[in-house]
Design a protein around this ligand. Structure first.
Ligand code: NDP
Length: 287
C-alpha cells in the first residue's frame, strides 16, 4: 500500500503535486481555503477534508503548498497537536520564516522539513524538477520515495533556512540573468537590431560564461583574487562604458548603474588591481 499523503494548498503547484501523487497510486487527502479549487483533484481520486484538522489527521506526511508561510499559521494555528506528523512546507518565503516555522511545528509535537521547489507547475514530476530540502536528513530519507515524485530531492543541510536560501539564490540567478538579457536586447535594439537577430549571440554568451566559474569559485573560497588575467579596474571601465552607452541610447540605466557601483566601491577600497572576483567582498558587506 502506498503511503497516504495530505496536501494543503491547491494553487497551480499544489494541484500539480496532487496529480503526480495520485498517478503513482498514493491515497491523497487535500484541503484548500477555497474548497471549489479541489474539484479537479477530487474527480481524479483525492479526498477533500472538511477542515485542516481532518486533513492533518488523515496522514502522517503533510505537505503544504501555500503562497507564503503566513498562510501556514492561518491554517495550522487551530490544529494544536501535530504529534507524529512530518510537515513539509514547499512554499517560498524567507530563510528566517522557515526557521521560525520549524520551531513552531516542533513546539506542537511535529517534525519539519523546508522545501524549495525549483520547477514551474507544469514541470512538477518531470525530469528537470528539483526540490531543495533542509532540516533533519532522516525525515527526507524516510519520505524520499514519495517526495521524489514531485522533483529530484536534494538535502542541503540541517538548518531549516537553507532550502529557502538555495531556492532564492536560484531566483537571484534567474531574475538577474533575465533582466540582463532584456537590457542587452534593448541596448542593441536601440540601433535597430531585432531580438531574434541578437538571440544566437545571447545563447553563445550564456554558454561560454560558465567556463570562468570554476576558477572564480576557487578564488572566492580562498579569498585570493589575483588579477593577472584581467583586473577589476579594467572591468570597471567596461561597466562605465555600458552605463554611458545605455544613457546615450535612452534606455534604462539602473541595472548597469548598480553594476558600476560595485566596481566603483571595489576600486575605492583598493581592490582595483585584483580580479573581478574581489567584488564578492563589496557584495558581502552592504554599506
Ligand atoms: P498560489 O499563491 O497560487 O496558491 C497557493 C495556495 O495558498 C492557494 O491554495 C491559496 O488558497 C493558499 N493560501 C494563500 N494564502 C492563504 C491563507 N492566508 N490561508 C489559507 N490558504 C491560503 O501559489 P502556487 O500554487 O503558484 O505556488 C505555491 C508555492 O510554490 C508558492 O510559495 C510559490 O512561490 C512556490 N512556487 C511556485 C511556482 C509556480 O510556478 N507556480 C514555482 C516554484 C515555486 P486559495 O485557493 O483559497 O486562494
Amino acid at each position: 500500500m502506498n503511503q497516504s499523503v495530505t496536501l494543503i494548498g491547491l494553487g497551480p503547484m499544489g494541484q500539480a503535486m496532487v496529480n503526480v501523487l495520485l498517478e503513482d497510486g498514493h491515497p491523497v487527502t487535500v484541503w484548500n481555503r477555497t474548497a471549489s479549487r479541489a474539484d479537479g483533484v477530487v474527480a481524479r481520486g483525492a479526498v477533500l477534508a472538511a477542515t485542516p484538522a481532518e486533513a492533518v489527521g488523515a496522514s502522517d506526511l503533510v505537505l503544504l503548498s501555500l503562497t507564503d508561510y503566513a498562510a501556514m499559521y492561518d491554517i495550522l494555528g487551530p490544529v494544536e497537536d501535530l504529534t507524529g506528523k512530518v510537515v513539509v512546507n514547499l512554499s517560498s518565503d524567507t530563510p528566517d520564516r522557515a526557521r521560525e516555522a520549524a520551531t513552531w511545528i516542533e513546539q506542537r509535537g511535529g517534525r519539519f522539513l523546508t522545501g524549495g521547489v525549483l520547477a514551474s507547475a507544469e514541470l512538477v514530476g518531470a525530469e528537470p524538477a528539483k526540490v531543495f530540502y533542509s532540516g533533519p536528513a532522516e525525515l527526507l530519507e524516510a519520505h524520499e520515495q514519495t517526495l521524489r515524485l514531485i522533483g529530484k530531492p536534494h538535502h542541503v543541510g540541517t538548518d531549516p533556512g537553507l532550502a529557502q536560501l538555495y531556492y532564492l539564490a536560484h531566483i537571484d540567478l534567474f531574475l538577474v540573468t533575465l533582466a540582463a538579457y532584456l537590457h542587452a536586447t534593448a541596448l542593441v535594439g536601440s540601433a535597430g537590431v531585432s531580438a531574434q537577430e541578437f538571440l544566437p549571440w545571447v545563447v553563445a554568451n550564456l554558454e561560454t560564461n560558465p567556463l570562468v566559474l570554476p576558477a572564480a569559485a576557487a578564488q572566492i573560497d580562498s579569498g585570493e583574487h589575483p588579477g593577472e588575467l584581467g583586473t577589476a579596474r579594467m572591468m570597471g571601465a567596461s561597466a562605465d562604458h555600458l552605463l554611458e552607452a545605455s544613457r546615450a541610447a535612452g534606455i534604462d540605466a539602473e541595472l548597469p548603474g548598480a553594476i558600476k557601483a560595485h566596481y566603483d566601491r571595489a576600486i575605492a577600497s583598493g581592490l582595483g588591481e585584483g580580479s573581478w572576483t574581489g567584488l564578492i567582498d563589496v557584495i558581502r558587506n552592504a554599506r
